[in-house]
Design a protein. Structure first.
Lengths: 328, 260
């Protein structure tokens, strides 16, 4: 009785966690990286007069869009404790597939898009299935995929003229508006998936501690395959947009896109080791990267130095994460 | 004696063995758990206690042997089978995922899905319902954790263990299996955890508990099973033994003795 009384004074359990509390909690997770983005933007804003207009801002967003969509899938895979180095090559395959379906098979472009999405998802599934069946680490399996899918893209696309697509298809990726909207749509869907659904929540559990998840009755192997399928699907979405934007498809596209995606995820603050992160962070991470690339270009810094800067930022981002963990 | 004799066997294991290559980790172990009792499993490191629990609950594949629930042979090949049979296990060091919230940990693998189209199509979770269930349970068990949306990592060892143990009340329909519930806990936290173990009994659970703490065996358990080198060295009523005898049985200074 006395015990019961005292417990009422020690902590009064709230009836339920309010939406406001959760929003606050989520903002606490994201504010640092958001502040970094604003700060970096402000620095270029001050340094370069040409940088100070809305077109520059829009071009940062639209340049970020295609890679950010790809990175949505990478976020899911990394949170689940996986790694997919092959998404750049899946990107190449899907670009060729959508081109071939429209130009060679004369399919209506919505049908071609669905076909291309299915192709990307299947290649992602293959990554997952090989890992689950053979138990070969993700790094090796998807490194193999990186090369193999590249070869597949070349086989499918060699000697074909895959350009000049129908107007409706071109609309998707052209201008600022459509790609940016699709990027935010993809991020929203991924965010809802990760926070609201069972499969999405299992990604954090599996990435955090796969053995505990297994012992708790989570279907770890099957879920992992789904995460790679999602990675493949987003790679396909990004590829379709790029083909639409450039108005041609080529098997040489997508090179090192997987690294840009992983970099954005890591800069955003999603853990490379799984279990933590979010897609909002990834979008901000990608915007940070593009702001730096565009900003340095405005300051007349060449691409070589841009790459060095991005490399340094990736290391800094992970160092910051490690430092924060130790400080806890 | 008579009533114990006739007490229902809720869980039995017969000839449970686990070999790792040539190494015999578990050598034809028999185990009986009676309805409503707390059975302690004691033994030195490497005696096979954790292996026994893991083989019993389907966490590892057993080499041979069978498991009976209510006297009926039941196939338990994975943790999901064990849960379906009414067994809820708290594994040592493998109870919670640090990176996810208390709510998500409590319902991991058994989430409540929204009772609408979104739930059925996309598996959208009903956090409101899950939170409410946890708060009810925590109040019933007098567990003082209110910020259940925080990651498990943010809580003390005692609080984490309390959460893990309460999971057995939430889901363990009949049997709770605990692998060293007080390992790495302080004195006060240990007492809290053990009081919680005792209350499991009040909630209608039969309990198997691995422990290294002889005081816990004597104070909180009904029977004790001593393991040595992968075999059962002794099974007896706690009332019939004292700490020294138990230690003797564990180390092998006292030879095999099988009573109640």
């Amino acid at each position: 009785m006395i015990n019961k009384k005292s417990s009422e004074f020690v902590s009064v359990p709230q009836a339920k966690t309010s939406g406001w509390q959760i929003l606050q909690y989520q903002f606490m997770q994201i504010w640092q990286v958001l502040a970094a983005l604003v700060l970096i933007y402000a620095v270029f804003f001050i340094l370069s007069p040409a940088f100070r207009n809305i077109d520059t801002l829009l071009s940062i967003f639209s340049q970020a869009a295609i890679l950010a969509i790809l990175a949505c899938g990478t976020t899911v895979v990394l949170i689940s404790g996986g790694l997919d180095l092959s998404v750049g090559s899946i990107f190449a395959v899907v670009g060729v597939v959508v081109g071939v379906l429209i130009k060679e098979y004369q399919l209506a472009y919505p049908v071609a898009i669905i076909g291309a999405l299915v192709a990307g998802t299947c290649l992602g599934a293959l990554n997952g299935v090989i890992q689950v069946v053979t138990k070969v680490p993700a790094f090796i399996v998807t490194l193999g995929g990186l090369t193999a899918y590249k070869g597949l893209a070349e086989l499918l696309g060699s000697g074909k003229d895959l350009s000049r697509f129908p107007d409706g298809f071109q609309m998707l990726g052209s201008g600022y508006f459509a790609p940016i909207c699709i990027m935010f749509g993809a991020a929203l869907l991924t965010g809802l998936f990760l926070t609201k659904t069972r499969l999405g929540n299992h990604a954090f559990a599996i990435g955090g501690n796969a053995e505990v998840a297994r012992l708790s009755g989570v279907k770890v192997a099957r879920s992992r395959i789904y995460y790679y399928m999602i990675g493949g699907m987003f790679a396909a979405t990004a590829a379709i947009l790029e083909v639409s934007k450039l108005n041609f498809a080529q098997s040489s596209r997508g090179v090192s896109y997987e690294l840009f995606a992983i970099a954005a995820v890591v800069i955003g603050g999603t853990s490379l080791f799984g279990g933590r992160g979010g897609v909002g962070k990834t979008i901000i991470g990608m915007l940070i990267m593009q702001t730096i690339i565009v900003g340095l270009a405005y300051l007349g810094v060449g691409t070589s130095f841009q790459r060095i800067a991005i490399g340094a930022i990736i290391i800094l981002a992970v160092y910051w994460d490690v430092w924060r963990r130790q400080a806890r | 004696m008579e009533h114990l004799e006739s007490a229902k066997m809720i869980l039995q294991a017969r000839g449970l063995s686990k070999h790792y290559g040539g190494v015999v980790a578990l050598d034809s172990v028999d185990l009986e758990l009676r309805e409503g009792e707390v059975l302690a499993i004691v033994g030195d490191n490497g005696a096979g206690k954790s292996t026994l629990v893991k083989a019993l609950t389907g966490a590892i594949a057993k080499t041979s042997g069978s498991v009976l629930i209510d006297g009926r042979e039941t196939r338990i090949d994975n943790p999901t089978d064990a849960k379906a049979a009414g067994m809820e296990t708290v594994y040592q060091d493998l109870a919670l995922v640090n990176e996810i919230s208390i709510t998500k940990n409590m319902f991991l693998g058994r989430e409540i899905i929204k009772d609408n189209v979104l739930g059925r199509l996309f598996g959208v979770l009903d956090f409101v319902k899950m939170d409410a269930k946890i708060r009810d349970l925590f109040e019933k068990l007098d567990i003082r954790i209110s910020d259940i949306y925080r990651d498990a990592e943010a809580f003390s060892g005692g609080q984490r263990q309390a959460v893990a143990l309460s999971k057995t009340v939430m889901f363990g329909k009949r049997i709770a299996i605990l692998d060293e519930p007080t390992a790495a806990l302080g004195v006060r936290e240990s007492k809290m955890a053990m009081d919680l173990v005792r209350s499991l009994k009040d909630h209608g659970l039969s309990v198997i508990m691995i422990t290294h703490n002889m005081q816990h065996v004597l104070n909180y358990c009904d029977r004790v099973m001593v393991m040595r080198l992968g075999k059962v060295a002794a099974v007896c009523d706690v009332a019939d033994v004292d700490g020294d005898t138990l230690v003797g049985l564990i180390t092998g200074a006292i030879e095999k003795k099988v009573g109640r």
